[in-house]
Design a protein around this ligand. Structure first.
Ligand SMILES: Nc1ncnc2c1ncn2[C@@H]1O[C@H](COP(=O)(O)OP(=O)(O)O)[C@@H](O)[C@H]1O
Ligand SMILES: [Ca+2]
Length: 443
């Protein structure tokens, strides 16, 4: 009996998703978390698919790209598979294997080797997922975001150096500058490319691109394609960037606000941001449960925090506290007030945590839904005490950031998404397109 061609490929140990395969395949893959014993690894799918649709078997026209997202709260690997049907056609995105670990690299500020080990463990997945004969042609890149931006240059570089060694010891293609801290404006642009690519807005004639909002742990990004001349005139020069992708040039409005990610905002609200030197100090807030006293580690620093034992708590005093962090600190482009935006990362997570949206499906919300939920949680903290003690502060911050920070209306629509067509809505896909383009592999 001839071996099923799938048996000649090694299978990944992460979650595989597909953007183009029939929905059935996508469902099987996305729901199948397969860390199987080695002997079983390639068996599960062989009866499901005829040889010509073997999903993770590398054909001559398949190639891969590996992109690491070293975020402030976690490190994530995205292994993308592309297929080029004919020499004339553009390659198509076939699927993604995604896995993540917590905490992020910045938590290893004083143990860079240990930090690099977390990257190595994720990279081992790529060794399983990419067929050996393609290892040398498969580029691997890591881009760090705000967590590393906030570390000292020396500590950040030590981490990056260790990661570079891990890459160089791997069998993959290690391009020049493969391990770096990404410029914040690229984070926004690349996420915008990803979302608009996945929603089909970058191909065809009727391009109705959508703006994107990303709320990370340490920084937050806003990106959109301005439609009005006034936006171009009124925006600070460094908020406008021309970017070439798929043979088109896009002049985008984008900005990354460092220190305005959800976790950095917690510290700012507590008055603890950049207070590394203060030992044992207790930071209090009306956004926290009254009796709370606890410790929190962020970016390798330990903070003590607690509720206003004697004073006020609840939405109103909390909103005033949080307002100080955002009011007048962000540029407010007029044209976004009435537009709708895609929002992900912590916008998504907090909406899921409070049942505003479903974890799998995502959903559409108005800005005022966050405010309503913030009021409900902050004014009933005892009812929510099994959730994170920061839930009230986080929701209030999201409300203030959207309304007073960016200047959105109460009824601005937000499309909350984690995945589009089963592919993560992360800047990493845009970054991989850019990488493959710069290496001359595609587009
Ligand atoms: N690919 C992803 N899939 C799911 N959630 C993600 C992904 N990337 C980031 N997140 C979410 O983003 C938030 C944290 O952002 P992070 O990237 O760690 O911070 P920063 O961008 O400030 O460095 C978390 O809610 C995390 O769950
Ligand atoms: Ca991020």
């Amino acid at each position: 009996m001839t071996a099923h061609p799938c048996l000649t490929a090694s299978s990944g140990s992460g979650r595989m998703a597909s953007s183009r395969l029939p929905i059935l395949l996508a469902l099987v893959f996305s729901s199948f978390s397969f860390v199987l014993p080695h002997s079983n690894r390639v068996m599960w799918f062989q009866d499901l698919f005829p040889p010509n649709v073997c999903p993770i078997n590398a054909k001559a026209n398949t190639f891969y790209g590996i992109m690491f997202d070293a975020g402030s709260t976690g490190t994530r690997i995205h292994i993308y598979t592309f297929v080029q049907k004919s020499p004339e056609s553009l390659p198509e995105l076939e699927g993604e294997i995604f896995e993540s670990v917590k905490p992020g690299l910045s938590a290893y500020a004083d143990q860079p080797e240990k930090g690099a080990e977390t990257v190595k463990r994720l990279l081992d997945m790529a060794i399983d997922a990419v067929p050996p004969h393609l290892w040398k042609k498969t580029p691997v890149v890591l881009k760090a975001t705000a967590g590393l931006r906030l570390l000292s240059e020396e500590k950040a570089q030590a981490l990056l150096l260790e990661v570079k060694e891990v890459f160089e010891e791997s069998p993959f293609l290690v391009p020049e500058n493969s391990v770096s801290i990404m410029d914040g404006s690229y984070e926004g642009i690349l996420a915008w490319i990803t979302v608009n690519f996945l929603t089909g807005q970058l191909s065809g004639q009727n391009k109705h691109t959508v703006g994107t909002l990303d709320l990370g742990g340490a920084s937050t990004q806003i990106t959109f394609l301005p439609r009005f001349e006034e936006t171009l005139k009124e925006s600070p020069g460094d908020f406008l960037t021309s970017f070439e992708m798929f043979n088109s040039t896009y002049k985008l409005y984008t900005h990354s606000y460092l220190g305005f990610g959800l976790k950095a905002a917690r510290l700012a609200t507590l008055g603890a941001l950049n207070m590394e030197a203060v030992d044992g100090q207790m930071f209090r807030s009306s956004c926290l449960p009254k009796q709370l006293e606890a410790e929190w580690h962020f970016g390798g620093v330990k903070y003590r925090y607690g509720g206003n034992k004697e004073g006020e708590t609840g939405f109103r005093p909390c909103y005033l506290e949080v307002l100080k962090v955002v009011k007048g600190k962000l540029h407010q482009p007029d044209e976004i007030r009435g537009s709708s935006f895609y929002a992900f990362s912590y916008y998504y997570d907090r909406a899921v945590d409070t049942n505003l949206i479903d974890y799998e499906q995502g959903g559409v919300l108005e800005v005022r839904d966050f405010e309503r939920k913030a009021k409900e949680v902050c004014d009933n903290m005892e009812r929510y005490n099994s959730a994170s003690p920061f839930l009230c502060m986080d929701l209030t911050y999201i409300t203030a950031l959207l309304k007073e920070g960016f200047g959105f209306r109460d009824n601005t629509l937000l499309q909350l998404t984690k995945k589009v067509n089963n592919i993560e809505t992360s800047w990493t896909l845009g970054a991989t397109f850019h990488l493959l383009q710069s290496l001359g592999i595609t587009y």
